[in-house]
Design a protein around this ligand. Sequence first.
Ligand code: MTE
Length: 391
Amino acid sequence: QSAGDPAILELPPWSKMLGKPVAANPYGMPSMYEKNLVRRESPGLTRVSGSSVAFTPLQGLFGIITPSGLHFERHHQGWVDVDPNKHRLMINGLVKTNAVFTMDDIMRLPSVSRIHFIECGANTGMEWGNVAVPTVQYSHGMLSCSEFTGVPLKAILDMCGADYKKGRFILAEGADGSSMTRTIPMEMVESGEVLVAYGMNGEMLRPENGYPLRLVVPGVQGVSWVKWLRRIEVGDKPWATKDEAVHYIDLMPDGLHRQYSSIQECKSVITTPSGGQLLLDKGFYNVSGLAWSGRGKITRVDVSTDGGVNWRTARLETPVLSKALTRFNIDWVWDGKPAILQSRAVDETGYVQPSYGQLRAVRGTKSIYHNNAIQSWKVVESGEVSNVQVL
Ligand code: MTE
């Protein structure tokens, strides 16, 4: 360093040349130096890539909004780029007037924009029994948060004269080859929270996320957020379709399955430092993470650096929104000794995120869905961070 740092002493080439013209990239792309921050498929997780998951790289994101190009993907039968001119939404069942809407019809209606998280019910599902994956991208990356724009489904059902007395459920159906179908209780629709959405983060939905129309069901597991939405039926009982009778059910320790357990309970995770990262030296670190609850707002996040013996309350960064990701941060001075980092979130109902021991006492270890246990990241003296489980 005695000769001085050439990066500051010498003018770099980009300070002495003409830069690229405007609109060289008509649709902007990230810097070429950020090309490692991408959605990733977990090798061997599914037999074919058409029916698979690509995980959001939570370890490299800031704030609470997921860039649209990094929103996780979960398709049962591949994704399709549907022609909006040929797309229709049909409303039928217990309604006065069956109706078919074009995209133009829907986009003329009064719209709302709301920020919500979407989490696949299977997020962290590989970790029920044991540590299974190395990074937060694979352990928690079936999670994204966006601003969605669309029309409250209630307004559309009102237009069709839905029978809210008898019609206590709706069925949502997708236009893709999987014929994704999910039952949703009418109370959720009546609350005004369920949206028929076409916008995501200020632009039209991306094809992978259901362009041109998807259902937004705040607080509920991702599978109910039916993509390429083509039909809503109003009915008087749950349909028990293949996607709710055989899939997305929770195997309990007594051998019975729990059905329609669709709310995503309060959960949090430290995204940095996290598994696969390396702390270069002892000293100051900003421990940062995300917390969310399908039942409302996050009220507190506590962080431990000694595997749950002592806890300190983290700063919640604004905005703190209902059924949206909340960013938390806390200062930490690493003394270079082994440490175990954990976060524990509390939501506005008073529910406290459980430890693995507490969760397994109720749910056993044979489930796939709705694992919201406290995540532990172990730091060793070399600075390497890895995924561990603490009961
Ligand atoms: N809708 C349709 N039509 N087809 C699908 O395969 N996958 C569901 C849901 N909606 C799916 C669907 C599942 S399991 C999840 S977790 C979310 O969409 C994922 O949404 P994303 O791909 O936008 O992240």
